[in-house]
Design a binder for this molecule. Structure first.
Ligand SMILES: Nc1nc2c(c(=O)[nH]1)N[C@H]1C(S)=C(S)[C@@H](COP(=O)(O)OP(=O)(O)OC[C@H]3O[C@@H](n4cnc5c(=O)[nH]c(N)nc54)[C@H](O)[C@@H]3O)O[C@H]1N2
Ligand SMILES: Nc1nc2c(c(=O)[nH]1)N[C@H]1C(S)=C(S)[C@@H](COP(=O)(O)OP(=O)(O)OC[C@H]3O[C@@H](n4cnc5c(=O)[nH]c(N)nc54)[C@H](O)[C@@H]3O)O[C@H]1N2
Ligand code: SF4
Ligand SMILES: [Mo]
Length: 871
């Protein structure tokens, strides 16, 4: 079978992949050398895609009330319940909560069904938690939500400023492109982030600003732009509001940033002195109660200097999800219509309604995510359909969201697995086909539309998301409007609608695709919009033509506002949250890969050494974290990567993987007043040691059944590994272990010291280890990565908890592509005298495929160099 060209289903870089079914249910994956997003590169997550397509946890049939059902029954029920709710309580009593991971075709249909036919604008998306502040900021500045530049700008820039973006881990292929260009032209990198991240390793400067103070920092830059005369007077002729913006910037103080003024001056000098500057921004900007203002503070500086839309310069919002951008184009948010048309504009509404021959169209924006789940909790939403997202984990105040979903009259979830915190609460769970089975299009961060193509057969009764939505639309009586048989037909209709939008002067125009035939759709090459008779691709705004009614851009006068939640004696820390290199959101796919699970196998809380000391927290302790919303337990990671008063935790763990580490149960549901985007990065918490009676580490060939205050499990090549800790007194550890592993009769070896409270227990089948448990009264000291490999092996002396002499312990996996552990790298550096990342690559292959681990290898080299220097 030949390779199929498709697009990676994870981040908004939108890398092209070449896929080949391996005939055993898996996939061989490599980067598409011809795709303009990645030119053959892939990151660790993309490279491991083949490990995540197994059917072990797939949902294969519709479920009603937890029992298997069939499509006819399930679709009738869904259509009936939505229809009855609308008939009884009006259209605004129903809602869809969808996702930036839907394909354009799925998204277009969801939006059409809700806005044009059910008659409400209550369709919002997880992009509200992700891109909403950028959408609002773009619209306020440009009069349209359009990313001006392209990825090539990253290669042509002389200065790249990463604001609230951990590009090295979250958009790794773009980061690789930046590093490659840096080799050639010496591109300088500045990182603006309260936390020192992997993206700082190659940076000239890192500005660890106080959480939420970006407006103050960029106001300061704008004041300097004016003071030092770096403005572009001709360009400012196309910009309204400059005087007011400069005046506000002059009044602004740098104090809220908490930064060393000398460091700030260095940054300003670089920015002012470098024409070709790209300011990349992401969730450290968007996920804030002043998120929209942060975006405009950045855009102000680019507008004032005319540094926009030309090669190598401009603001660049990097999108998170594979189709975050497409969602903004199809009208996936509650406050917009498709194709950049506005819900508040009567002419736009009429045009869309006529185009769809729709019975209705809402005149008001619908509920934004946080308000939507509040309305669900208040009983105002009678029927809710959640598609391709896991809000019981990812929404702020997640326990309240969980309770709201559980209490709603009728909840439908479309997912590829029923084993998510959200699906477990649904009345109906519908089996969706997964990315490798689907066909359609996605739009990436630089407006490039790419195809996802089918490479695997859809298993069981699963169906594509657009197909499920259309089936419900038809059953509700709108046969013609939802009579689609292929994604190509939907794409053509969508493209034709964009032609209507273009008549209103909107920039999103792909009308050039409205008569693309099926073969053309199949063969569609990655294409940057617009695609119309008038223009194709390219950059926006260099010519000073904007999309406000008068054709100008707008600069905004801005004032710093601190995060809504304030530190107080009861809650002395700011809780920052974000992503890890090898996990994707709520882990339903990446956690299926042992390689990806090996990088960081347990949830954690980063805390500064002095704060840890003051709060009695020692390395490897568990910590109890409390906020006004909830509480959790995580592993302490003591590091000066965070500043004092700040703690950081990853967002990924769930009720399925580590129930006490669902970080959004701690996050306050505070939002930006303009965009409605939650402040996911600045809640307040208190932290104290969690004193368990016992601590445990387990490995097992089979899934485990833990019962403890704290547990976190991860997949390994040979099964599972798990950390545990509990308060319950246990007198018979062997019985406890048998229950945990579900092994009532297996052959056992054990070493139990009742007085000390320690136990080491291993189970065997035909001489092979099938499970082992290590218990101690303090955090267990065993060689975890070695033990994790043991299930299935014959190893007599497992109870020592460490490898026998002569068997090296590779340590935690650093290079996921070639499975190279930290210890292996340290050992090679020390014994072979390797001095560069490339030398490590030549010796061990580590870092030579996707490159995602290169920053971490650099850190190891740096650390060893320091140690040598100190010795
Ligand atoms: N590996 C991986 N990659 C991903 C994803 C994933 O789940 N895993 N998800 C994708 C998605 S949907 C998204 S949206 C993107 C997100 O990509 P990023 O935005 O790069 O990722 P985050 O880790 O959420 O946050 C970025 C940084 O913002 C910083 N920050 C916090 N508060 C502030 C502040 O007040 N000011 C500033 N300047 N910075 C602050 C945090 O310390 C953090 O390092 O990643 C995409 N890529
Ligand atoms: N504290 C904190 N919270 C955050 C963030 C943060 O930085 N900090 N970031 C926010 C951001 S930017 C984002 S984007 C969200 C992400 O949060 P979510 O969207 O909730 O997370 P995912 O795990 O991506 O959820 C996707 C779901 O879709 C399912 N799925 C996979 N493929 C398909 C398919 O083809 N069809 C269907 N129907 N379902 C499928 C998956 O199994 C999974 O259950 O989290 C937000 N929450
Ligand atoms: S950078 Fe990685 S996760 Fe993002 S699209 Fe490319 S391969 Fe996929
Ligand atoms: Mo996101």
């Amino acid at each position: 079978m030949s390779e199929v060209r498709s697009t990676c289903p994870y981040c908004g870089v939108g890398c092209g992949v070449l896929l080949k079914a391996d005939g055993q249910g898996g996939l061989d994956v490599r980067g598409d050398p011809d795709h303009p997003a990645n030119y053959g590169r892939l990151c660790s997550k993309g490279s491991a895609l083949g490990e995540t397509v197994g059917l072990g946890e797939r949902l294969l049939h519709p479920q009603i009330g937890g029992a298997q059902s069939d499509w006819g029954t399930a679709l009738d029920l869904v259509a009936g319940k939505f229809g009855q709710a609308i008939a009884r309580h009006g259209p605004d009593c129903v809602a869809f909560y969808v996702s930036g991971q839907l394909l354009n075709e799925d998204y277009y249909i969801a939006n059409k069904l809700m806005k044009g036919f059910m008659g409400s604008a209550n369709i919002d998306t997880n992009s509200r938690l992700c891109m909403a502040s950028t959408v609002a900021g773009h619209k306020r500045a440009f009069g349209t939500d359009t990313v001006p530049g392209t990825y090539e700008d990253l290669e042509e820039a002389d200065l790249i400023v990463l604001v609230g973006s951990n590009l090295a881990w979250c958009h790794p292929v773009l980061y690789q492109r930046v590093l490659a260009a840096r080799k050639e032209r010496g591109t300088r990198i500045v990182v603006i982030d309260p936390r020192r991240t992997a993206s700082c390793d190659m940076a000239e400067l890192h500005l660890p600003l106080e959480a939420g103070s970006d407006v103050a920092l960029f106001n300061g830059l704008l004041a300097q732009i004016e003071a030092r005369g770096v403005t572009d007077a001709a360009f400012l002729g196309n910009v309204d509001g400059a005087e007011e913006a400069f005046a506000a910037a002059r009044q602004s103080s740098l104090e809220p940033t908490g930064l060393d003024p000398a460091l700030v001056r260095q940054f300003y000098d670089l920015w002012l002195g470098t024409e070709k500057v790209v300011t990349v921004f992401s969730q450290g900007v968007n996920q804030s109660s002043s998120g929209s203002d942060k975006v405009n503070a950045i855009l102000n500086c680019h507008l004032a200097t005319g540094r926009i839309g030309k090669p190598g310069l401009g603001p660049l919002s990097v999108t998170g999800q594979p189709n975050a951008m497409g969602g903004r184009e199809v009208g996936g948010l509650a406050n917009m219509l498709a194709c950049h048309l506005d819900i508040e504009n009567a002419e736009h509404r009429t045009a869309v309604r006529d185009f769809w021959s729709a019975p209705t169209i809402p005149t008001q924006p619908g509920l934004k995510a946080v308000d939507m789940f509040n309305a669900v909790g208040a009983g105002k939403i009678k029927a809710l359909w959640i598609i391709h997202t896991n809000p019981a984990v990812s929404m702020p105040d997640a326990s309240a969201v969980q309770a709201a979903i559980a209490g709603c009259d009728f909840v439908v979830v479309s997912d590829i697995t029923a084993q998510t915190d959200t699906a477990r609460l649904a009345d109906v769970v519908l089996p969706a086909s997964a990315w490798a089975e689907k066909s359609g299009t996605v739009t990436n961060s630089d407006r490039t539309i790419s195809r996802q193509r089918t490479v695997l057969a859809t298993p069981g009764a699963a169906r594509a998301d657009w197909d499920i939505l259309c089936a419900v639309g038809r059953r509700m009586g709108w046969h013609d409007a939802f009579d689609f048989e292929t994604p190509a037909e939907i794409f053509r209709e969508y493209a034709a609608l964009s032609g209507v939008a273009a008549q209103f002067g909107r920039d999103f125009d792909i009308s050039g695709f409205s008569d693309l035939d099926d073969a053309g759709f199949d063969a569609l090459e990655p294409t940057r919009w617009p695609v119309s008779a008038a223009r194709r691709g390219g950059r926006f705004f260099a010519d000073g033509a904007f999309y406000h009614a008068n054709g100008k851009a707008k600069m905004l006068p801005l004032t710093h506002r601190p995060p809504e939640s304030r530190r107080a004696p009861r809650f002395p820390f700011v809780l920052n949250t974000g992503r890890l290199r090898d996990q994707w959101h709520t882990m339903t796919r990446t956690a299926l890969s042992p390689r990806l699970s090996a990088h960081l196998a347990e949830p954690f809380l980063e805390i500064h050494p002095l704060d840890a000391e003051n709060h009695g927290i020692k390395p490897n302790d568990l910590v109890s974290v409390r906020s006004p919303q909830g509480e959790g337990i995580l592993r302490a990671r003591i590091t000066d990567a965070v500043t004092r008063g700040q703690v950081f935790a990853p967002m990924h763990w769930t009720g399925e993987t580590a129930p006490s580490a669902r970080i959004d149960t701690l996050v306050a549901a505070v939002t930006d007043p303009v965009s409605g985007q939650p402040e996911s990065k600045a809640s307040v918490v208190a932290v104290s040691p969690f004193k368990a009676r016992w601590y445990g580490f387990a490995v097992s060939a089979q899934p485990l059944n833990p019962q403890a205050e704290y547990w976190a499990r991860a997949r390994t090549k040979s099964g599972w590994r798990m950390e545990m800790a509990g308060l319950k007194e246990v007198t018979d550890w062997e019985a406890e272990a048998r229950a945990l592993f579900g092994l009532p009769d297996a052959e056992v070896q054990s070493l139990v010291d009742v007085n000390r409270g320690s136990a080491r227990i291993a189970f065997f089948e035909e001489g092979r280890i099938i499970a082992a448990l290590f218990i101690a009264p303090e955090p267990v000291a065993v060689v975890r990565d070695y033990l994790a490999q043991l299930p299935g092996e014959e190893q007599a002396d497992v109870l020592t908890g460490r490898p026998p002499v002569g068997r090296p312990d590779p340590g935690p996996t650093l290079c996921a592509c070639f499975d190279v552990g930290v210890n292996t790298i340290v050992n090679a550096v020390e014994t072979e005298g390797l001095i560069s990342v490339d030398a490590v690559g030549s010796a061990l292959r580590a870092g030579t495929n996707c490159g995602s681990c290169r920053p971490e290898i650099a850190t190891i080299l740096e650390r060893l160099r320091h140690r040598e220097a100190a010795e």
